[in-house]
Design a protein around this ligand. Structure first.
Ligand code: GTP
Ligand code: ZN
Length: 292
């Protein structure tokens, strides 16, 4: 008999699935296929009280993965919100925000920029720097995970969210504040699946309530952009998109070409120079086939 279940943890080729009744089973894919992600809805065949086989994945609302020149690795499926965690100290990479926002736009996922560590005096300058994104229409939430993470809890309501951020921004602190048992549960799953083997990167889905889930995937800093066509990039950047089609040459690369509307936009102050530079870097990376 085939059942429907959600993947709530992925650990290399082994998964934990949760059925509609809340039963958790360890599951692996039939054959060599293993391109499933945490958050995926899958058809399973239950083998016994502990094990199942994943037959196939159900259509996805969104898919996030890490990619490099050689391969891509699925991270989270059906996510509806990406929370980009940044902090004033250690300083965050603006590049990661830009890339993650494009990945979010390309999958129709709502981004939320979260400025953590607002108890620190350096937060004011970070807040000012992030105002550029707010002007573009991206929501910004400033808080201190150490003092009170509840403003984030409200923003997660009704979503399947994933936390993204560089090391040191406070993702673990946030996760522990939102889901006190998170640390313990991750260890349970790791122990069950690893049985002493070297721990691989895994993603885990936590239920916040019946409508809200949070996926934690340690080590994820940004998501793959290799699936995006270079020509589509400006349309995924709200500050650049109004200038699409305005350059003299329809195939303008916005470098040395005369009458380039994007470069004019930078001169006029409508586009931050760093944003046009990001577009150009991504164009080059995609042309060479090595986008992150
Ligand atoms: N002042 C201040 N420090 C914080 C806050 N949130 C986290 N920190 C500190 O920042 C450091 C990094 O926090 P973590 O939660 O470990 O960060 P992380 O993003 O999970 O980093 P990795 O574990 O390396 O992936 C720790 O020393 C935390 O105590 C905050 O709101 N205010
Ligand atoms: Zn141009």
């Amino acid at each position: 008999m085939t059942d429907s279940a959600r993947i709530v943890a992925s650990h290399g080729r082994v998964y934990i699935v949760e059925t509609a009744t809340g039963q958790r089973l360890s599951a692996s894919a039939r054959g060599k296929k293993s391109d499933f992600a945490c958050g995926d809805l899958v058809d399973i065949q239950v083998l016994n009280g502990e094990q199942a086989v994943i037959e196939k994945v159900q259509p996805r609302q969104s898919l996030l993965y890490r990619s490099d020149q050689w391969r891509s690795k699925l991270i989270a499926a059906n996510v509806t919100q990406i929370v980009i965690v940044v902090a004033p100290v250690p300083s965050y990479l603006d590049e990661l925000i830009g890339r993650t926002l494009i990945a979010a736009e390309s999958q129709d996922i709502s981004p939320l920029i979260l400025l953590n560590k607002c108890d620190l005096p350096e937060a004011a300058a970070a807040r000012d720097a992030l105002a550029y994104y707010e002007k573009l229409g991206y929501p910004l939430l400033a808080l201190s995970a150490k003092e009170d993470a509840s403003p984030l809890r409200e923003r997660l309501q009704g979503h399947i969210s994933v936390l993204v951020g560089q090391s040191g921004m406070g993702k673990s602190t946030l996760l522990n504040a939102l889901i006190p048992e998170a640390g313990a549960r991750v260890n349970d799953i790791s122990t069950a699946l690893d049985s002493g083997k070297h721990t691989t990167t895994h993603a885990t889905l936590y239920h916040l309530d019946s409508q809200s889930d949070l996926i934690d995937s340690p080590g994820v800093q940004s998501f793959g952009l290799a699936h995006i066509k270079a020509e589509a990039l400006p349309g995924l950047m709200p500050d650049l998109s109004p200038f699409v089609g305005q350059c003299r040459f329809h195939n303008c690369r916005h470098r040395q070409e005369p009458d380039c509307a994007m470069r004019q936009g930078v001169t006029d102050g409508a586009i931050a120079p760093s944003r046009l530079a990001l577009l150009q870097r991504l164009q080059d990376e995609l042309a060479q086939g090595n986008a992150w």
